[in-house]
Design a binder for this molecule. Sequence first.
Ligand code: GYE
Length: 305
Amino acid sequence: LAMAVALGLSATAQAEMLIGFSQIGSESGWRTSETASIKAEAERRGIDLKFSDAQQKQENQIKAVRSFIAQGVDGILLAPVVETGWDQVLKEAKGAGIPVVLIDRGVDADESLYLTKVASDFVQEGALAAAWLAAETNGVCDVVELQGTVGSSAANDRKEGFESVIGNFPSLSIIRSQSGNFTRSGGKEVMESFLKAENGGKSICAVYAHNDDMALGAVQAIKEAGLKPGEDILVVSIDAVPDIFKAMADGDTNATIELNPHLGGPAFDAIKTAKSGREVPKWIKANGPLYLPDTAAEEYKKRSS
Ligand code: GYE
């Protein structure tokens, strides 16, 4: 025991860096993978990671960041649940000389208030989803949209990117749009209400879901309404979590755009780089490709083993 304690102590003493991570919550499969990946990456690097789960509440994130500042951490990873309302706490971190890396979502604040953002280009993801759908339907499609968390950059920008492309197709439009909060249950519930409002869903050509979990919830709702998802109603979403590949292989959904959840490495690298006095770009992009059913079974195997 004495030896274990001694080892434990020396491990702490030698910790590479002390980093605070304010995570949003665990609303989706993607986020659960991201949390696990960032924790594992910290451990691999000998970083002492203080983890805080905000349960979807910005006020909890602000408290967590303040507590990280009080602990004198070397850096902070912040996955901001919504875009606005961060100026004050970011100024506090900056005042304390602690670099903040925005992780997976962005904020609506002056760039000088944070070190960098490690995230994908959500506008591009939305545009890619729309381009696929336009090609698949020859530009004729009534779409229902399942939006992510209200006020999040991921929802705002995925909507904007999708709309920017469908704007070129006069017969391709969003007929209903509502937030399903990035959750499976939210996606199912909102899809049920869309199906009801559209006389059982016969007139709905496709679902555009801002993440895979909501798409999977929608698939369930479509089946329960007696329609065939993937055929009667096309389904396109974003994230590329293992479960969506299973659904695609089963013919229930039609396309997903990958967002790599392994964002810890580049975030920790950025903090190290900044500590050594070197420049860090303001946006480290993490965009992925669009996957279709043809490779879904193989991808599912790779990702679920
Ligand atoms: O797509 C979704 C999650 O912020 C990019 O948040 C992230 C999104 C991701 O809950 O599944």
